[in-house]
Design a protein around this ligand. Structure first.
Ligand SMILES: *[C@@H]1O[C@H](CO)[C@@H](O)[C@H](O)[C@H]1NC(C)=O
Ligand SMILES: *[C@@H]1O[C@H](CO)[C@@H](O)[C@H](O)[C@H]1NC(C)=O
Ligand SMILES: *[C@@H]1O[C@H](CO)[C@@H](O)[C@H](O)[C@H]1NC(C)=O
Ligand SMILES: *[C@@H]1O[C@H](CO)[C@@H](O)[C@H](O)[C@H]1NC(C)=O
Length: 355
């Protein structure tokens, strides 16, 4: 009796550890893809009115690049899709325990998902991708691709801006009565990062006419340090020291030329900013408004400096008591008023764009 049990156990463990053979694969494939059984042109369901269920998982890489001038976002995505194929089912114990096979996507029917409103290629599937088919009829594919999608940028708070870009996924070969997106999840894959930090990514399903669509929204925030160091800090420093032109003595001969030099430097900043930002945009960056304002202020300083120099020349010529207010006092008053003005203006602009 004991020997019998041991034998049985041995026999069972032999059954369990049975490995699939090459011929099992051939047998399985010729069973599954028998022409009178499976045709990849038709949606694989037993009854034509039953739905094919699809679950989509979208991972976005965190190295996001946004081309501001053309309002395009570039990212890498990993799309994992699983759908149910009612015909690709088998009993694995009839095929030496074979429970999964890997085939080309061109061998089976697939929901032809595409990215809508993308720049460049929109099709995701290519015939030479691999799919993994499990004995219960689940077909799984992982598609890795880089993606360019259009974004409407809101650059008002540049370089402290947050952007939100969206892309849409839908099937080209099935409508709502045929394909149902049951489960859509999203995630972020760490691939090194970049100028943008992903704040959130979410997906939502909605119906457009008769097609199940999925929208994936990626919210990103700019790492502003580059622009702070190269634009914001030098710009604010220039704007702050600009009223100093009033402290230069009128007879030194440098007063007006210094004012004009600083005036010209703002157009350089404007140039840099406009090369970074989108050419046509619904929103205007507060930073460029700031540059334009300090440029106008700087023009006013230059005008006042010319007046003051002229005034002091008249003073020297006549050297009488026609003028009651000495030019140096006007200089000092201008310096104080404009320093207070520009400081208050700068602080309020900074508060606005940072928060
Ligand atoms: C395909 O299926 C038909 C009908 O079930 C059967 O007669 C035929 O032998 C099968 N062919 C192969 C290659 O298995
Ligand atoms: C699979 O096949 C084995 C052996 O032919 C059988 O015992 C088992 O009941 C089958 N399983 C299913 C789910 O059909
Ligand atoms: C959706 O998919 C995720 C990941 O594949 C899984 O963990 C989750 O259970 C699924 N949810 C539903 C409702 O099927
Ligand atoms: C995405 O779809 C959801 C659900 O219909 C909708 O509320 C949301 O506004 C959509 N987002 C975009 C950017 O279209």
């Amino acid at each position: 009796m004991y020997v019998f049990k041991v034998l049985l156990l041995l026999l069972m463990s032999f059954r369990l550890s049975e490995t699939a053979r090459y011929s099992d694969q051939l047998k399985l494939v010729s069973y599954l893809f028998n022409n009178s059984r499976y045709d990849r042109r038709f949606r694989p369901v037993i009854n034509l009115d039953s739905l094919t269920e699809l679950s989509v998982h979208v991972d976005s890489g965190n190295s996001i690049e946004i081309l501001e001038e053309s309002q395009i976002m570039k990212t890498d995505v990993w799309l994992t899709m699983k759908w149910s194929d009612a015909l690709l089912k088998w009993n694995s114990s009839n095929y030496g325990g074979l429970s999964q096979i890997r085939l080309k996507v061109s061998d089976v029917w697939y929901p032809d998902m595409a990215i809508k409103f993308a720049v460049g290629k929109s099709k995701l599937f290519s015939d030479d991708f691999n799919v993994i088919i499990t004995y219960d009829g689940t077909v799984e594919i992982v598609i890795m691709t880089d993606l360019k999608v259009r974004c409407i940028l809101d650059i008002m708070k540049f370089p402290f801006d947050e952007q939100s870009c969206v892309f849409y996924l839908s099937a080209l070969n099935a409508n709502r009565q045929e394909l149902l997106i049951t489960n859509s999840t999203v995630g972020v894959k760490d691939v090194g990062g970049g100028q943008w930090k992903i704040l959130s990514i979410k997906s939502a399903k909605f119906l457009v006419s008769n097609i199940d669509m999925l929208n994936v929204t990626i919210n990103v925030k700019r790492h502003p340090s580059f622009y702070i160091i190269y634009i914001v800090v030098p710009l604010i420093a220039t704007a702050q020291i600009n009223p100093v032109v009033f402290l230069i003595p009128p007879n030194s001969g440098e007063k007006v030329s210094t004012a004009v030099t600083i005036l010209l430097s703002y157009s350089v900043y404007l140039n840099i900013i406009s090369s970074v930002l989108p050419q046509t945009s619904d929103s205007i960056s507060i930073l460029s408004l700031y540059i334009a304002s300090v440029l106008v202020l700087s023009g006013i300083y230059t005008f006042l400096c010319v007046l003051i120099v002229r005034l002091s020349t008249i003073e020297n010529e006549k050297s009488t008591n026609i003028r009651k207010i000495p030019p140096s006092l006007i200089d000092l008053i201008c310096f104080i008023i404009f320093t207070i003005l520009i400081t208050a203006f700068t602080i309020s602009i900074l508060m606005f764009i940072c928060f």
